[in-house]
Every structure is written in C-alpha cells, then in structure tokens.
Design a binder for this molecule. Structure first.
Ligand SMILES: *Cc1c(COP(=O)(O)O)cnc(C)c1O
Length: 374
C-alpha cells in the first residue's frame, strides 16, 4: 500500500473508533419534505429547504427557461465573460429585499465568506467572532491573516471585554456572528452587537444563512455587511453579500473567490431570482416554517423555537446516532450532529422544519420521540 494510503487508513480507523467517521449516503429528494433512500420513503426533518422552494413549479420553470436561453454553464469567471444578465437582476432584488444599496452574488455561501473576509481584513487587523459561528467564517478568518479572538456564544459582556482590551492594538476590527445559529437555532443579539461595533469603531458582519426567507427582514439592518446563502430557504444555490455600494464595488474587485472562480450557471441564477420574488410576495411561507418548529417545541416542552432549527441535545455521539437510526426505522430522516461539528458531549439530533410539513407528521414524530428517546 502506498505510504499516503497507509497513513490515511490509520486516520480513518481512529475517526471510526471515535464515532467521527463521516459517510455520504445517496438520497433522492422529492417535494413536500419526502425523500427516498435505499428504496424506502422517509419524511425529512433535516433539510434546509425551509420553504420547500427547491421543487416549486415556478423555480423549476424559471430554471428551465434560463437553461434554454443561456445554456448550461457560465463559461468563465464573472470578471471575464461569465456575467450573465441574470446577475444584475438578482443582485438588485437582493439589495431591495435586504434594504441595502447593493449586493454581490458569489458561487456559494462558503465562497462568499472566503472571498469577503480576507478582502476586508488582514495582518494587523482584528476579528472578534462568536464561538459558534460556521466553519466557513472561521476558515475565512484564518485565511485572512487577521488576529482571531472568540467570545462565548452570544455573550455580549465577553465581546465587549475583548474589544476593550484589544481593539486599540489593531487597525481594523470585524465582529462576526450569525443571525440564526446553524446547530442551535437561536438568534444573535444583533442590536446590541451593532451598538458595540459602533462604540469600538468596528464593523459588524452577519451570516444570515438560516434567517433568509424564514424571519422577517428588518428595514433597518443592524449589520453593515449582510452575508447569506441562496442554497437554503431560497431552494437554489449560491451566496451573497449585501451592503453599501462602496463595499460591494470593492468586493467585486478584491474578493478572490469571485474573481478566480467560474460564475454560477444561468439556470441557478434564475431559480434564485424567482425564490427571492416568492419570499417577498409570500411571507406566510417563512411564518409557516416557524409555526411548525414551534408546534414541535410545544409538544416536547422544549424552549420555544426561535427559527426553523430545533436541536435535541443528547450528549454522547453514540446516543445521537442510535436515536437517528431509530427515527429512520420509524420513517423519519433526522440527522445526528456530532463533534467536531458541535462541542464534545453535545451530540444532538438537529430537526429542521419546512413550510411543507404537515401538522400530523410533526405530532407523530413528537410522540415517537417521547416514547423512545426522551
Ligand atoms: C450553509 C451555511 C453556509 C454555507 O452556505 P453554502 O451556500 O451552502 O455554501 C455558510 N454559513 C452558514 C451559517 C451556513 O449554515
């Protein structure tokens, strides 16, 4: 066996031993939160398609039309020849929806963070980030070369303490948080963080991956830099940053993940545009996803859901895995989230709710959890 394979085999065995080896399973998704896996039909409570838009007939039709008009692929980076006219329309829609001057669409949410953060800060600058922010913000912060400090999750006093002690030692300062935390489903105190940013001459950047389309949009955004994804509630694919015209002009000339990567396929842009249109015209979709999450937390006497994400923390990885297996046998797809994605001993089932779930499915799921898991 080649030396590299031997080394990797050892690493895989170790991960397996720690219950941390990941496997990717094939799944065929249908509308209304139904999936097919290994010939078996399941109801999914682990998809981020919160509004059910990925299979919406209007998104499918818009994609189809763009495919016919513009072809399958973009052909080049946006800065070369890949800037399909659909980009202008989508960016205008995003800026209008988010109440900002401008927007920039990226290849994905991951690429939006990887392009934006290193474009804005570097060596000699400071990033102060919530302990639970998404891996791609952390990766981007590391890539930037700025000094990275973390504050305890949603703890304003800790954030302020770091600003008070260290702000003056650095040139620029970026505060990073999420609007809705992806593994816990709770909200960040945005107004208070914005006030701290103002007071310490820092810039607040928020990742709204799980908020877009689910929570109402504020007419007065707290953060100067609103990043998000078109891959979740929008049911499509891509990432974006909304902010001032100067910020967006700068990103379009400095964000490396935008410059050195091929533009999105036109059909994807058309689906995203249709999704933003539907989010604006049908805010009841987001409200329904939230209502479904709240039905679940009420039935299980959990703290009231603040978003479409509800964690059920079970502790050990094995316990979460066994619970996920049991729910699968009963006809539900729910994913066990384990370290290192979440802190040690906080392995959990992560439920996500969609506007398309039926009340009866949520009631049946809660009854099974009460009987077998809690
Ligand atoms: C999913 C996610 C991303 C990445 O977005 P993609 O479009 O899937 O690359 C970024 N941040 C958070 C918080 C996410 O949950």
């Amino acid at each position: 066996m080649p030396a590299l394979d031997a080394l990797l085999e050892q690493k895989l065995l170790l991960l397996e031993h720690k219950q941390q080896k990941r496997t990717i399973r094939s799944v065929s998704r249908q509308s209304h939160a139904a999936i097919q896996r290994g010939g078996k039909g399941l109801i999914s409570f682990s998809c981020n398609d919160y509004l059910g838009l990925s299979h919406h007939p209007e998104l499918v039709a818009a994609s189809h039309n763009a495919l016919e008009s513009y072809g399958a692929g973009a052909g080049a980076s946006r800065l070369i020849t890949g800037n399909c006219p659909l980009y202008d329309m989508l960016e205008q829609q995003l800026a209008d929806y988010k109440h900002t001057e401008a927007a920039c669409v990226f290849g994905s949410g991951y690429l939006a963070n990887m392009g934006t953060i290193p474009a804005l800060v570097g060596a000699g600058d400071l990033i102060i980030a919530d302990k639970l922010i998404h891996a791609c913000m952390i990766d981007a912060a590391k890539l930037s070369g700025a000094t990275l400090m973390r504050f305890a999750h949603n703890k304003l006093e800790h954030c302020q303490m770091l600003l008070e002690s260290h702000r003056n030692d650095y040139q620029h300062c970026l505060i990073l948080t999420e609007t809705i935390f992806s593994m816990d489903g709770d909200c960040a105190p945005l107004t208070e963080l914005a006030a701290l940013a103002e007071r310490y001459d820092a810039t607040l950047m928020t990742d709204d991956a799980h908020g877009l389309g689910v929570l109402p949009v504020s007419a007065h955004p707290a953060s100067a830099i609103q990043m998000g994804t078109l891959s979740k509630a929008a049911g499509s694919y891509g990432g974006y940053v909304c902010g001032s015209k100067i910020l967006i002009d700068y990103l379009k000339t400095a964000a490396r993940s935008l410059i050195y990567s091929t533009a999105l396929p036109p059909a994807v842009l058309a689906a995203s545009s249709k999704a933003i249109e539907l989010m604006r015209s049908q805010p009841e979709l987001g409200a329904k996803a939230l209502e479904n999450a709240r039905l679940f937390t009420t039935l299980l006497e959990l703290p009231e859901a603040q978003s479409a994400i509800v964690p059920l923390i079970l502790g050990e990885s094995e316990k979460a895995l066994a619970a996920a297996r049991l729910l699968e046998e009963k006809g539900y797809e729910v994913v066990a989230i384990r370290p290192p994605t979440v802190p040690e001993n906080s392995a959990r089932l992560r439920f996500t709710f969609s506007a398309q779930h039926q009340k009866s499915d949520i009631q049946a799921l809660a009854a099974i959890i009460r009987e077998y898991i809690l």
